[in-house]
Design a protein around this ligand. Sequence first.
Ligand code: F6R
Length: 608
Amino acid sequence: MCGIFGAISSEDVKKDLIEGLSKLEYRGYDSAGLSLITSASKIKRIRCTGKVKELKKLLLKSKSKGKCGIAHTRWATHGIPNLKNSHPHNSGPFSIVHNGIIENSEELKSSLLKKGYKFTSDTDSEVIAHLLTSCIKKNKDLLGTILSALDKLKGSFALAIIYDKYPDNIIVASNGSPLLIGISKNATYVASDIHALVSKTKKYIPLEDNELAIVSRGNVILYNKKGRKISRPPLVTKQIDKTTSKRGFKHYMQKEIFEQKDIISRVIKDRLGTKTILPNIFGPKSDVMLKSIKHVHFVACGTSYNASLIAKYWIEELSDIMCTAEIASEYRYRTINIPSDTLFVAISQSGETADTIYSLKKAKTSNYKAILSICNVPESTITRLSDYSYLMQAGVEISVASTKAFTSQLIALLLLSTILSRSSGKYSIEAEIVKQINSLPKILDKTFKLENDMKTMAKQFKNKHHTLFLGRGASYPIALEAALKLKEISYIHAEGYAAGELKHGPLALVDKDMPVVGLMPDNNLVNQVLSNLSEVKARHGLVYIFTNKKMKLKRNDKTKIIKMPACGHYIAPLVYVIPMQLLSYHVAIFKKTNIDQPRNLAKSVTVE
Ligand code: F6R
């Protein structure tokens, strides 16, 4: 993960570096640092543990200035989050920042140690700095040095390097980790993503794998890994600076939970007709392509993977199409059998998740009918690599715990499932699904009124160490998502299970201190879920049932029923996930955790 920002300008770049870095903090917030080349052609490095705001405080105290600099916000992979492991890493005349993982760092380190290089950190990145110093001794020129150092690196990297003998240049290189070069009239920037660039310039060049560039003010020279010059015109981004505020909410997560209704209303306006879905919402001529699909392979990570599991239930219920949903880190390394006419679908909020990108690249060289992505970030790597793409239009999601992206993915997936049902459909269902989606904004209004109940419930959860969430059918992935949200932001151990699996092992965990949440929309699985929950009650577990079915409890039954608004069968996962998000949020409030930036995590997972 980690975020990289660099700038060369006619003015001091400290302010630019801090601004750029703040926009990349979602990629990691374990430490922050920067290096400048001063007017005396010396490298000045300033680093701190913690967040970019801490670095800003240090800079206010420092008198150092520089017109060329690189900066980094870290998500620790090798070495704990502390000062010595913070980037930049220096060696002789070089200072570097790195995003990615150097797989052969131990091997390189031992050979550099033998040559007398001293290591001051536990990171894999520091080898790059020493390798450069070692290579510059053998090579006459900078390009030759960079090429021979890069040639020795195995793994993934986005790199920005400054060299005190070339005070007007930043050298950048990329392999498997994103890096973009932004070009404006008076300055050139490098950044891990487009958000960090748009307030500075619209013109940018994304580095491709195995490319490097020597960047100066207003100029970029691109090279391939053999050192041959490449020429590629810059792209022009359509994105605007989307600096977001909390708009009066206490946390971004809370704001994003409450934005879900408006996002769904926008989808209804932009993508639905009165009884049908509008044509080609998955990209030009996508309806024709989707007509020929016989199988679907979904690939995603985390919350996006949970969304894909629900789509599997929908697609197989609505059509004859066979569907698999797989975690990207598994998909990318295993042998896959691809039947003819299979659609590959990558789902990603950020569009930059490393495992999903690698899976998509693998899919592109396999025998798929087409590659479709469902993403929230336009012009992201995943969107750029796909044949067809659907933009979720959820707006920037800042909170590390994904909420509005999940429901936006679900809407996209319900629309995809419905379109796929057109040709192979067991029955015509489109008008009914459109009607159910249209009913969502009003139902969500009622669902948000459960917030006080969730606060009360959160109080009962705050001192628990373990929790179980259970569901059947499309509520099973909602149980997984509920558990993921709770553990992520409240650090309470939580698991989601298919309710029928309980007696195959997890029931052993249940005792009087274990809250067990049953997600039970009124459908054909109610009786089965109820019997699973009685197994919990018989072991003195604390049972909470979320349902829109009318239920009467026996006297002395300690079960808590949370009355959900009535809703259509297909939209139930979108409704039932809302109280789960609110519950996690309020448990985290009670536990006083860092809700928007939970420990050990980052918003965009750009390492495998
Ligand atoms: C959980 C969460 C993560 C992401 C996962 C995939 O709240 O946000 O599990 O869902 O890292 O990220 P994207 O969707 O950006 O590929």
